[in-house]
Ligand binder design. Structure first.
Ligand code: LRH
Ligand code: MN
Length: 405
């Protein structure tokens, strides 16, 4: 600790010299809110294999128990996103109470319109009106679940698309999509938001009905003020400037939320910040440049081979680091150098913030609120993962993968 307070004092002095209000930065770091996904605590895999993890959460109560540990250690994860039917229960009011007893609230409700046999040719874009009715009924059920659990977000991702040119009409699928979403939008109470997530491919491999931010944005504009765009950081074509999309949507008041994760190739769903921490920093820089106050910050990952709770804590810490770096950007210097056309001078203002070791600042922000300065060390010292491994064992049917895998 002695070493921490010396290192922290040095950093705080340096930041103050750079005109940064360190106490304000710590306050904003303590007010950060990152929602974790229930499905990040259970077994998950690829089409090749799902490796069962000792102690992996098997139902929504175990997922909430693990999420409560992540919140207890980080102090910034008081809500959990649910996926329906993966987390379906008979008594949603009781689940809300149970979550509250763990210090948690129910976050975004995610309809699942990609795992039912009926959805082979799509859900709301399906040529068959019976299937579209089914999809609408499921989303209306999710609006009902949100009402009972106190959730104010329906987080919608559509796997809808086609695999071969000519398989279906783009124009007719678009019309079906708009009609169906209008019905769901109309059923939402005031204040509830529909976040429309886009993804440029997979599981469809010719076209995806909501492939990019522009399509999602146009749909959100068409539906109304309670519809916004959800940016999943793993859903873009290689080379896409995600922070520019963030800036544009913020400017339009249409950025509803994020699904943070990391990827090198496709939708790899790896630990946020583990592949391109500079991009994550730039996303937060744009978030703090625009007024991102009511933008829902959510993690969306699946931990196929690594310890799931430690992976979630690491992800939250990486997101906190990106946020801290963005909060110490010398914005006055940046604006002055941008105005002066000082290209590299302006660039270095951002790089200086990114290359600042903010870990002592984050540790102090935790200490100030009675938390352990290093949540990973605290998790390992707690023995929680070993405890649940003993109690829960290894799932015999982890699911996923090719049939015989
Ligand atoms: C789709 C997605 C979507 C979730 C799923 C778990 O790739 O990002 O947000 O429904 O992952
Ligand atoms: Mn997602």
């Amino acid at each position: 600790m002695a070493d921490h307070s010396r290192v922290y004092a040095l950093l705080a002095a340096d930041l103050s010299d750079r005109g940064i209000d360190v106490e304000d930065v710590k306050r904003r770091l303590q007010q950060l809110r990152v929602e974790t996904p229930s499905w990040g605590y259970g077994d998950s895999g690829t089409r090749f294999k799902t490796f069962p993890w000792p102690g992996a959460a098997r139902d929504v109560r175990e997922k909430l128990a693990d999420a409560a540990v992540v919140h207890r250690l980080t102090g910034v994860c008081p809500s959990v996103a649910l996926h329906i039917p993966w987390d379906r229960v008979d008594d949603w009011a009781e689940l809300k109470e149970h979550a509250a007893s763990l210090g948690l609230s129910i976050g975004a409700i995610n309809p699942n319109l990609f795992q039912d046999d009926d959805y082979r040719l799509g859900s709301v874009c399906n040529p068959d009106p019976r299937v579209r009715r089914r999809a609408i009924a499921h989303m209306l059920e999710c609006v009902g679940i949100a009402r009972v659990t106190g959730s104010m977000i329906i987080s919608l991702w559509l796997a809808d698309g086609t695999n071969y040119a000519g398989q279906d009409s783009f124009a007719e699928r678009r019309a079906r999509l708009i009609d169906c979403l209008r019905e769901v939008y109309a059923a939402m109470p005031p204040g509830m938001r529909l976040l429309i997530e886009y993804k440029f491919f997979e599981p469809a491999f010719y076209h995806t009905d909501v492939p990019d931010w522009g399509t999602s944005y146009a749909l959100a504009l068409k539906l109304g003020a309670q519809a916004q765009v959800l940016v999943d950081t793993g859903h873009h074509a290689q080379g896409t400037n995600v922070e520019q999309i963030v800036s544009f949507l913020l400017g339009e008041g249409k950025l509803g939320g994020f699904h943070f994760n990391a990827r090198r190739y496709a939708d790899d769903d790896l630990i946020a910040g583990s592949v391109n921490p500079f991009e994550l920093f730039l996303i937060f820089h744009e978030l703090y440049t625009g007024n991102g106050a009511d933008v829902a910050l959510m993690v969306d990952q699946c931990h196929n081979i690594e310890p799931k709770i430690e992976a979630m804590v690491q992800s939250v810490m990486n997101i906190q680091a990106a946020s801290a770096r963005a909060l110490i950007v010398d914005r006055k210097a940046l604006a002055a150098r941008q105005a002066a056309g000082d290209i590299l001078g302006a660039h270095r203002v951002l790089v200086d913030a990114f290359e600042t070791d903010v870990r002592p600042l984050l540790a102090q922000a935790r200490i100030d609120t009675g938390l352990h300065p290093d949540p990973i060390a605290a998790l390992r010292e707690s023995g929680y993962e070993d405890k649940v491994a003993r109690e829960r064992g290894v799932s015999a049917r982890p699911g996923g993968g090719y049939p015989s895998a």
